[in-house]
Design a binder for this molecule. Sequence first.
Ligand SMILES: *Cc1c(COP(=O)(O)O)cnc(C)c1O
Length: 723
Amino acid sequence: MSVQDNQFTHIPPRLAGLADLAYNLWWSWHPEARILFKQLNQLAWKASIHNPVRMLRDTPQEYFLAAEKNEEYMRRYDIIMNRFRRYMNTTTGWFREEYPDSKSLTIAYFSAEYGLHHSLPMYAGGLGFLAGDFLKECSDLGVPLVAVGFMYSEGYLHQHILPDGWQEGIRETLDRDAAPVKRVLNSAGEQMVVQVPHIEPPIFVAVWRVDVGKVPLYLLDTDIPMNDEKTRRISSSPYTADREERLRQEIVLGIGGRNVLHQLGVLYSAVHLNEGHPAFALIERIRERVARGIPFDEAVSQVRLTSVFTTHTPVAAGHDAFPVDLMDQYFSTYYPSLGITREQFLHLGTHPDYPESGFNMTVLAMRLASYRNAVSQKHGDVTRQMWKNLWPDLPPQDPVPIDAITNGVHLPTWMNPRIEDLLDTYFYPVSPNWQQEHDDPGIWSLVNEIPDEKLWDLHFDLKIKLMSRMRERKRVKWAKRQEAPLSLVAEGLLLNPSILTLGFARRFATYKRSALIFHDRERLKRILCNRWRPVQIIFAGKAHPSDYEGKKILQKIYTLAQDPEFEGRIAFVEDYSEQTAQYLVHGVDVWLNNPVPPLEASGTSGMKAALNGVINCSVPDGWWLEGYNGSNGWSFGSPDPAADRDAADAQALYDILEYQIAPLYYSASIDGIPHGWVAKMKESIRSNAPRFSARRMVKEYVSRYYPRLVSGADIAYACVLRK
Ligand SMILES: *Cc1c(COP(=O)(O)O)cnc(C)c1O
């Protein structure tokens, strides 16, 4: 099996490495590699929105010829290419050192979405970013992983907001030849196409590959001429609302994905499911064993011992369940191949308390994976409570067998490179290896070595960058569409970097309570328009295309932002994406989060903010229950349901804003620096960065589960495959 050749014939051989680099997302978390592209052709880099594949394609040959003659450029090029090749060729690393006996272990990771970079719009939200950060960290630690997902041709919707505040979804087809993905080719040199086994009418998937450092991610694409119209749309965008379409997506991901790895000759001994969508992969593993003559029950126990399932959703309705008649339609020829009856098959996905709710993917995954986890400690409690009846025979004193591993974020992806440089200046002399060891909390007290004015000045720069970036985006759109000036107000034209700035960016799902801060408009107005201590808020986020309530909330905020009574202190950034998230988590002062507890399983955007010295102000839910230590931010509102929770939480938020946050921010000393504020920024970095890093998280998965996956049965199985 091979992948398509680089399409760039206009790059001279001496610089051919640029194409290799462009097709490995390693550049997305190595700023020095991005600078190589930027220096080559700054205009094309900008025009490509920082997508090196597009940029190389659009750069005329003379730029390369000029670079070849530029000694300084070539010196940098050689250094960075060496660094890249060394990274890729390292077969040792943390995992091999810690687990020298796990040589036979390779894990197949399945997820319906991946948030890796905005040039690959294959994500809807937090679940995808968690998966993306997971792959990057596994690459850095040398954890042997192969990933499977979808090549969404349209991605998640692009958001355009009409002058009246109503969200419009814009479909944009991804130009696959201008994205960092490659076609996987068969022996005849054509793109590899695999049939989803045992499913009628047939579904064919074409295969693409994204290199995430050392981790290959294979993407499934049904948008090919061999399929009929309806089937071609299966992989067009994540989480279609139509039940049948959704079932077909999950069949393609689980069963198709399993078969793709098989056809690729990828040998792996364990599976990790990120949420229930890909759970059919486990059924398919059982079927293969049954086909080789292993009895069903034994096949089930082998699969269980080698499967990890991570659940992310604390609301029952958030778990996919399919009507039995749909299951019959697609699986009536499938379950006989498992050697079981229809009833036994349906039982695998039936919740004992709600048998009428259909075939539930989470129930299936819980039953077929021995290692199950939630994504924060609190979410662990909620999840154990939610699913405890799946173990009716469990003695009451025994814990429900679901663990918790709190999420983390990939530090090199989310920490601004200039912040990282600043830390390096003060960390390096004491702890030269700090980047490798950044999950060691001890190192981080070194932030106190950074002079206040250095951190403050840099933060202020990043804030200016955020605001000028918002204005520039708006200018370009305005020039194109000549929108009404009012929408310019709503989108940040009047923001002022000297003013205390809150950021609120997340999906407009109802439980996130995006409009909570508007609960008492008069009070909010007094806070935002305070003459001496004004406050401004930047909102961003998309409502799911079929979420009418979410769109109404968004419209309300957008409309209020234009209301002169708030004096231009509220702004809304259109089309929240990975790139917008970067600017926001680097550049606001406070990261606000106020979901209805306990509905935020973990949340990760606040962790990204904390890494950059942005201070969290959040209700006690998800990760913040573990993160808040009394001095690294603010916690407000009650964790328990109250009669009028929204009113109580809003009051608590106003009080904190008015009496704590604003006074601290505006109490600059004679040198113009708010030292009290900077102390909190440092505490936010010090206490959160090591604990909520993907490095700590991946190490936890590995040490708890992965070596145990190499059970006797599976080593035997891996050996069979290897022969
Ligand atoms: C991190 C991130 C998310 C997830 O953030 P939450 O805190 O879980 O809401 C969603 N979208 C983007 C673009 C992100 O970067």
